[in-house]
Design a protein. Structure first.
Lengths: 157, 106
């Protein structure tokens, strides 16, 4: 091998390597975002430094919502619960709605099955977070991403 | 016409959770819309919703414009004694609505 050939092949290797790195770059932040909760100031204020565990809460919204005016939403928290560890509230936060505190559901009486279904309005494609508060102070959370085709509160009709 | 449609099972087992479904007739006006003359329509959404079971609050919701018009709620309540589920809600205009459903525990 002449020195010239060595030079060429190392450039090619470098190119290949940077290509692989470039392909990985957009994949990595997306992966990190799925594991984390979105930054919502109203939620940060509600949490007040507490860190919810990403477990037990199942927040279900369609991946694609044709109309943001009414989007089915279901949130459930997996038990079993005891009166000491029962769910007392579920708070719903929106990343992009003009009102980030979408709703809060409270359960003053013990119930084995924690499941709430409703229909929400979404102003844009965004992530929604459900935070469940337990009687012992534990916080559990889950996020769901929704792509909205027609925004929920911008129509002038 | 009634302001709400409520669905509860015809009979429920004591100590077990049962499903409650309710749709309240309400525009849940966001405050971001305008009428034909371009005047903005003031916000009017149901702020608080409460469900009482024989007098005790068993479920409540605080809502915003993020809940769709004619709010629908489905949740679970633990069956204790036969009696009544009483629902009450208040909107931004201070208008109160209420409705109730009978519960038969077997």
């Amino acid at each position: 091998m002449t020195p010239r050939e060595i030079h060429l092949s190392s450039t090619r290797r470098l190119l290949l390597r940077s290509g692989v790195a470039l392909a990985l770059v957009p994949w990595m932040p997306a992966r990190a975002a799925a594991d984390d909760l979105p930054e919502i100031p109203a939620m940060t204020a509600f949490l007040a430094g507490r860190k919810p565990r990403l477990a037990a809460v199942r927040l279900t919204l369609p991946q694609l919502a044709d109309n943001g005016q009414t989007v089915p939403m279901k949130v459930a928290v997996d038990g079993p619960f005891t009166p000491a560890t029962r769910v007392t509230a579920i708070n719903l936060f929106s990343e992009s709605n003009p009102v980030p505190e979408m709703a809060a559901f409270e359960f003053p009486a013990f119930v084995e099955r924690i499941e709430v279904e409703s229909r929400v309005r979404l102003a844009a494609s965004q992530r929604i977070v459900a935070v469940a508060s337990l009687a012992d102070g534990t916080l559990l959370a889950s996020a769901a991403e929704v792509i909205v085709t027609i925004a929920g509160c911008m129509d002038g009709t | 016409m009634p302001d709400a449609r409520i669905t509860v099972p015809p009979s429920v087992a004591r100590g077990k959770p049962f499903e409650v479904r309710i749709i309240v007739r309400h525009p849940m006006e966001t405050g971001y819309r305008t009428d034909e003359s371009g005047k903005s329509i003031p916000r009017n959404v149901i702020r608080t919703f409460t469900c009482r079971y024989n007098g005790d609050v068993v479920f409540s919701a605080r809502m915003s414009s993020g809940i769709a018009a004619n709010p629908y709620l489905r949740f679970f309540v633990t069956a204790k004694d036969s009696g009544q589920l009483a629902f009450e809600w208040v909107d931004d205009n201070g208008v109160r609505g209420s409705d109730s459903a009978a519960v038969t525990v077997v």
